[in-house]
Design a protein around this ligand. Structure first.
Ligand code: FAD
Ligand code: PYC
Length: 415
């Protein structure tokens, strides 16, 4: 793999940029791999990357039914933060944030990580108490967040209306290290690095069945035939329930659509990320100038990847009191992704009833921010066969044992 650098750009510019090599290869599958990862979203690709980088396991295939990054990874609104309530959550989300801080250098690929600061508005007294509690929990966890006044909110977000009649701003939970990243670039950066390690990224290939013998996984049936493996990692977000069924067990996961939209591009007007969880809306401004806006999940289970008009209306109606300027914006695009929700709104990174088969799922509406930490933890689990400290609380058996990691409030707007 050729390194990207200013010198490489200058050299390619001399040749009208015709000499760049493909960022990742497009191989045909081999008959057998040490490890197969199903799902080339951010979490699957990061799992493969850290298997190679941290554990020296490089005979790996990543099998994707569509195109890499075409699932939720390429459809999310790119918010990155680690202001969670429970200790296991803040540990894994903050590990992810720390890895994000250096990810462009690590991957030699600009993931456009932008730690511009993130605010969760407190618009009810209940939220004030909740966010004060989170700040205190974060303090004990070593995660820097603070509770700020309405005046400080206005200073950070000049376009905000603090005095809405229904939802006045009473303060905010502020994480200065939070921000955004470029979603596609995260998938592309990991894919390029995996390919450079000799791993096979096999796109347009659907896994249709899991084959096992004596309770141990042997490989997967795919639209390109059977591919054998010693270990299988399933990282398919909204399709986790279907893959679990193929592997012979049930998961406590529901699939629902989560939607978002962007406005026409406008001049820079907001350089932080704002989430308004009571009204179910959030907004940031992309580097292109579009206002990136999202709302809550659909209220029913479904597998659709598109937006709907009533959602746009509900989300904008909710946000317009706090951001009156959006009433004059044209909205350009809307879309949806299939998110995988667990009952406690925390992920599953776990061994399963099938030997050598591991699942990573349940990131729901909030897994983009977790990609590097999740990949790190899943790779450790797969390499050693046992969870490390980051993953150990996220076993699928916690639902049987009642050891929930309740993040239904701290997880944010979309829950
Ligand atoms: P995906 O990216 O969905 O990857 C799973 C892959 O598995 C897909 O590419 C799929 O095609 C593949 N697959 C499925 N079945 C099979 C099969 N049978 N064979 C082969 N391949 C298969 N999170 C945040 O942290 N911040 C946000 O601001 C944020 N905003 C969001 C906004 C929206 C509108 C949506 C939809 C989600 C948002 N999220 C956010 C959540 C985040 O996008 C997800 O949690 C995260 O991207 C999940 O990544 P993944 O790699 O697990 O899944
Ligand atoms: O988890 O921060 C988040 C988030 C924001 C929008 C959707 N998810």
């Amino acid at each position: 793999m050729k390194r990207y650098s200013v010198f490489a750009i200058a050299k390619q510019a001399m040749n009208y940029h015709l000499g760049w090599e493909r960022a990742w290869a497009a191989p045909e599958p081999k008959k057998h791999y040490d490890v197969i990862v199903v799902g080339a979203g951010g979490h699957g690709l990061a799992t493969a990357y850290y298997l190679g980088k941290n554990h020296g396991i490089k005979n790996v295939a990543i099998i994707e039914k569509g195109w890499l990054g075409g699932g939720n990874t390429g459809r999310n609104t790119t918010i990155i933060r680690s202001n969670y309530l429970q200790d296991p959550s803040s540990a894994i989300y903050d590990k992810a944030l720390q890895l994000y801080e250096n990810l462009s250098q690590d991957l030699n690929y600009n993931v456009m990580f932008s730690p511009r600061g993130l605010l969760m508005l407190a618009q009810t007294h209940h939220e004030v108490r909740g966010y004060l509690r989170t700040v205190h929990a974060n303090m004990l966890q070593g995660v820097q967040t603070e509770y700020i006044s309405p005046a400080k909110v206005k200073e950070l977000v000049p376009i905000i209306n603090n005095d809405g009649p229904r939802y006045p701003i009473l303060g905010a939970l502020y994480q200065p290290r939070g921000g955004t990243g470029r979603h596609d670039a995260v998938a592309w950066g990991y894919a390029r690095a995996c390919s450079a390690m000799g791993m096979d990224i096999i796109q347009q290939t659907e896994v249709t069945a899991v084959r096992s013998e004596g309770g141990v996984v042997k490989g997967v049936e795919t639209s390109k035939g059977f591919i054998g493996c010693n270990k299988l990692g399933v990282v398919v977000a909204g399709h986790s329930g279907q893959l679990a069924e193929m592997a012979g067990f049930r998961l406590p996961i529901e699939a629902v659509a989560l939607q978002a939209l962007v406005s026409e591009p406008i001049k820079p007007c907001m350089d932080v990320v704002v989430m308004a969880n009571t009204v179910h809306g959030y907004m940031s401004q992309s580097d292109k100038g579009e206002m990136v806006i999202g709302g809550g999940t659909d209220g029913f289970n479904n597998f659709t990847q598109r937006g709907s008009f009533h959602h746009i209306e509900e989300t904008l109606r909710a946000l317009v009191e706090t951001f009156p300027m959006i009433s004059r914006l044209k909205m350009l695009r809307q879309w949806g992704g299939i998110v995988d929700m667990t009952g406690d709104r925390s992920p599953i990174i776990s061994k399963t009833p099938l030997g050598n088969c591991f699942f990573n799922c349940g990131w729901g509406t909030g897994g983009f921010k977790a990609i590097p930490g999740s990949g790190w933890a899943m790779a450790e689990l797969m390499a050693k066969g046992e969870p490390g400290p980051l993953a150990e609380e996220f076993s699928m058996w916690r639902f049987k044992e009642g050891k929930f990691i309740d993040e239904s409030v701290a997880a944010g707007v979309a829950h």
